[in-house]
Design a protein around this ligand. Structure first.
Ligand code: HEC
Length: 497
């Protein structure tokens, strides 16, 4: 609590400073908003710990139309604030250093636009710790909008991400992050994809016309709150995907969201797991544990409002002996649900008949196993398969204000941590599971092809050739040095799960 008050205090101070700065700049007849003045990292006021430095100490670099953002990044020092002015920037930005604040400057409604022209793969990739990325319009990329590769402590906010391919905002293997006030649409896999992360808040985003709206996958301590998730194939997902190096997903709070009309035809890459996501489900919990669903408004999802399932939900999924396949200790508190389940998938239609459900639509479905789950006032909803759910005694999650850490997480140290592993976790796991087809083929298959040939992998990933007609092209990883490519190749060949 105390921390939050401090945080609020900082916000108010920021608001006052910001206002003052604005007046000054007005007097000077400049309409450029002033640089941010307060470190937003962590509520604990640890301004000068390993988090971002304050502006007073921060060097400001300006990038204007016609200049290159990447060049500014290359020249930047730790702690720099890079301000990008309105204009169109046709580039991929790769940030491989710590403490960079990348900020778009929005002037009279004009934004800095990152334009992929459907030929560039990624808009922004970062592998550094303590990053802020805000105020960009990112459009027409083929791979990722913003991808974090094993960086800790990040803020990604106030961005538009439109038609950027596979993943919109995708922190992979990061601890302590905030994803807030972004607007995303037209993403072929997950629009917001929190993969193998810890302590993440996903707040007040709007996500629509994507295959999966918000996906919390193989992650722990995630708060998904206040988002408007509509017209996707599936709304909010808490998932275990088997075959990834981090095996669990638990302690997720999904509350105060609007989850509306997620009935979009699935346009995921055929054959990938996301392509088998049935349309029409508001919230899907697959094999994740300790998920609390509270105070959401869930309406108009034609398959069902909430589905809890084991790993069998996705057809032909390969099991992972280290991932427990059932959703356990799920807590469903008060939610407003209406008009869900009007046009369920065939399996659910069959279940309706088997359970002799006469009500019009189904709100909540549990299939497969799982223990220790509860629901408050089950009789308010139309449910199937919740026979072993008890009446919830939980007082709710009001005491949890944030899952971000009080102090920034220590930066990932590439000297003590094996770099090949870090790169595999932070990049390759986004598309390669050990034994399961994701966007790319399973690592097992790749191992069989490249047995004693790490150099072959290192060369391939710098300049992939399109081999499999039933897979998309793999985006080149040529921003990684030769040395790093070889390290990750060796790691990829060494794993057995
Ligand atoms: C955005 C998704 C994506 C990411 C990230 C990714 N890959 Fe791939 N990868 C693919 C796809 C798709 C294919 C299949 C391409 C094809 O067959 O044309 C593939 C194929 C491969 C192959 C098979 C090459 C062959 O000769 O058949 C190797 C090796 C490989 N990836 C290694 C890696 C490594 C190492 C990383 C991490 C540094 C990585 N990939 C990251 C999507 C990805």
């Amino acid at each position: 609590m105390k921390t939050i008050f401090k945080f609020l205090g900082m916000l108010i101070a920021a608001a006052i400073l910001f206002g003052a700065g604005y007046l000054v700049s007005k007097k000077q007849k400049s309409n450029v908003p002033p640089p941010p003045t307060v470190n937003y990292f962590s509520g604990a006021g640890t301004k000068n710990a390993s988090g971002l430095q304050q502006t007073e100490e921060r060097n400001v670099v300006e990038v204007k139309q016609g200049q290159s953002i990447q060049e500014a990044v290359n020249n930047a020092k730790s702690g720099d604030l890079i301000r990008v002015y309105p204009g169109t920037y046709k580039e991929t930005i790769y940030i491989d250093k710590d403490n960079i604040y990348l900020q778009g400057v929005v002037l009279e409604g004009e934004w800095p636009i990152l334009e992929g022209e459907k030929k560039r793969n990624d808009a922004i990739l970062y592998s550094g710790n303590n990053m802020v990325i805000e105020n960009f319009k990112i459009m027409n990329y083929k791979g990722n909008g913003i991808m974090g590769q094993a960086g800790n402590n990040f803020i990604i906010r106030n961005n538009y991400i439109i038609d950027t391919g596979v993943y919109g905002i995708f922190p992979e293997f990061g601890t302590n992050g905030l994803i807030s006030h972004n607007i995303l649409s037209g993403i072929e896999d997950a629009a917001i994809y929190v993969g193998m992360c810890d302590n993440i808040d996903v707040l007040y985003n709007e996500v629509f016309k994507s295959v999966a709206g918000i996906e919390i996958e193989n992650s722990r301590h995630a708060l998904v709150e206040g988002n408007y998730v509509h017209d996707n194939t599936g709304g909010i997902l808490a998932f275990i995907t088997p075959g990834l190096p981090i095996k669990t997903c638990f302690d997720v709070i999904i509350r105060n969201n609007f989850i509306i009309n997620n009935n979009l035809e699935n346009f995921g890459e055929p054959g990938s797991i996301v392509a088998s996501l049935p349309r029409g489900t508001g919230i899907i919990i697959m094999a994740a544990d300790e998920v609390t669903i509270e105070n959401n408004i869930i309406t108009g999802n034609e398959n069902a409002g909430i589905v809890m399932t084991d790993l069998n939900f996705i057809a032909h999924i390969t099991k992972d002996p280290e991932s427990e396949p059932n959703p356990d200790r799920i807590v469903i508190l008060d939610n407003i649900m209406s008009n869900n389940g009007s046009n369920p998938i065939d399996e659910l239609k069959a279940a309706r008949i088997a359970y002799m459900v006469t009500a019009k639509g189904i709100d909540i479905v549990a299939v497969g196993g799982g223990t220790g789950s509860c629901i408050r006032d089950k009789s308010k909803y139309v449910t199937i398969g919740l026979d072993n759910y008890s009446q919830c005694q939980s007082p709710g999650t009001a005491n949890v204000l944030s899952y971000m850490l009080e102090k920034p997480a220590p930066p990932r140290d590439t000297k003590t941590e094996d770099r090949g592993r870090l790169i595999y976790y932070g990049i390759c796991s986004g598309c390669h599971s050990y034994n399961l087809r994701m966007i790319g083929p399973p690592t097992m298959t790749i191992q069989a092809l490249y047995k004693d040939n790490p150099q072959g992998i290192a060369d391939y990933i710098a300049k992939p050739v399109h081999k499999r007609t039933d897979f998309p092209e793999m985006p080149p990883q040529d921003y990684l040095s030769e040395e790093k490519r070889l390290e990750v190749a060796k790691y990829m060949l060494s794993i057995d799960k």
